[in-house]
Design a protein around this ligand. Structure first.
Ligand code: AMP
Ligand code: FE
Ligand code: FE
Ligand code: ZN
Length: 380
């Protein structure tokens, strides 16, 4: 399919930001690494702060994953419907070359690599395919499509949409929708404008205590109107000024959602987002639905049932912020409500977040169901 729907200007980080710190998946993986990657960690599986894979710069993955799917299928047995049981079976012994990473970010939002670099890294990682899901934007799609075709790397074009429900901030993954749909484009424009307003206010408040300006933050965001602005760009500014060592450390301080400087983004309601994406022919999932990382209160079963009635397609189960207990809950819910169970890394680049490209994947059968439902084809 032609991609003349976008005329986005190509953006690049400087050449020296090309990550060389990512794990090298091209060589053979040790059994230990395989186990870590796929969550077959013996012994305790932890809750928060636990379950992190770490790349210490030498391409080795270290740490434990809080992925409790090993042995889960036996335990849940007949409680799961066929499609969820099949997904779980795949995740017990995942074949990396068949798996898709359905959740990644680039410089078009708060990731650190260009779409081209993301495609190249996915190719090197040996995964079957990748979805680009920048926040509230489809601006990175055309560059990604071009590189995907050049490298024969299957690509799903998507977006992670900021939404809210009651007191809960919700991220909605939308894949394979018609990018010319005006209602969705308008929704993105509005949220991006609200993001700018809110982030600017946060910077003004922070400016009383930290020597940063809005211009500094815009510079960190790449200096064009195309990037979806957010707190990560404030964090990067604090790092650039030498006030914090890493983006994640800034997120533990003034950038945190618990900080005195925090303001929420005015966002559309989840039900509106779901119906808008469905009208645009897309496939919709609730991202990291069991994560307490940004919310005191997460979506309850009734909320998710309501969204399923509106056409929600999937729950993102395999995500590092979902605890083992939440994964079990989400798998049971998906089963009961006829939802698909997906996985994704939520990768933001080498120093964006600790999340590694391909650390969580979606199985081929689930992927096929998604592709069948979406109006846009996979780029391959
Ligand atoms: P915002 O959407 O502006 O409230 O900013 C929150 C976003 O920051 C989420 O989408 C996170 O994925 C993203 N983020 C990027 N890097 C980090 C990090 N190191 N720690 C926490 N959140 C991060
Ligand atoms: Fe993000
Ligand atoms: Fe998210
Ligand atoms: Zn994300």
């Amino acid at each position: 399919m032609k991609s003349d729907f976008e005329t986005s200007e190509k953006r690049h980080l400087s050449a020296d930001s090309q990550p060389d710190m990512l794990p090298d998946y091209s060589g053979g993986m040790s059994e230990a690494e395989r186990a870590l990657l796929h969550g077959h960690v013996d012994g305790e599986v932890g809750g928060e702060g636990d379950g992190q894979l770490r790349d210490e710069g030498d391409g080795q993955l270290r740490g434990e994953r809080g992925d409790a799917t090993g042995g889960l299928r036996a335990e849940l047995g007949g409680q799961l419907g066929a499609h969820v049981r099949a997904a779980l079976a795949w995740h017990e012994s995942p074949e990396r070359s068949q798996g898709w990473d359905l959740h990644t970010h680039t410089v078009f939002s708060d990731g650190q690599c260009t779409p081209s670099e993301a495609i190249e890294l996915a190719k090197n990682a040996g995964i079957a395919g990748i979805a680009l899901t920048d926040h509230d934007s489809a601006q990175g799609w055309s560059e990604a499509e071009k590189r995907a075709r050049e490298l024969n790397m299957p690509l799903i074009r998507g977006t992670e949409i900021t939404a809210e429900w009651g007191h809960t901030s919700v991220h909605v993954l939308a894949w394979l929708y018609d990018p010319t749909n005006e209602a969705l484009a308008e929704l993105f424009r509005t949220t991006r404008m609200n993001r700018v307003r809110r982030t600017k206010k946060m910077v003004e408040m922070m400016g009383e205590k930290y020597p940063i300006t809005w211009e500094d933050v815009l510079k960190q965001a790449g200096g064009t109107a195309q990037t979806t602005i957010g707190r990560p760009h404030i964090a990067d500014t604090l790092v650039a000024k030498g006030l914090f060592a890493t983006r994640s450390e800034a997120f533990l301080g003034p950038v945190s959602s618990k900080s005195e400087f925090y303001l929420p983004v005015i966002s559309p309601q989840v039900d509106e987002v779901i119906t808008t994406v469905k009208d645009a022919g897309g496939v919709v999932a609730i991202a990291h639905a069991g994560s307490f990382a940004r919310n005191k209160e997460i979506l309850n079963d009734q909320d998710i049932r309501h969204f399923a009635d509106l056409g929600l397609d999937a729950l993102e189960v395999w995500h590092r912020e979902n605890s083992p207990e939440q994964r079990v809950r989400l798998l049971k819910l998906a089963s009961r409500l006829g939802l698909l169970a997906t996985g994704g890394s939520d990768w933001h680049g080498p120093h964006g977040k600790p999340n590694l490209l391909g650390e969580n994947l979606t199985d081929p059968q689930t992927l096929q169901a998604i592709v069948t439902r979406g109006v846009l084809p996979v780029v391959e």
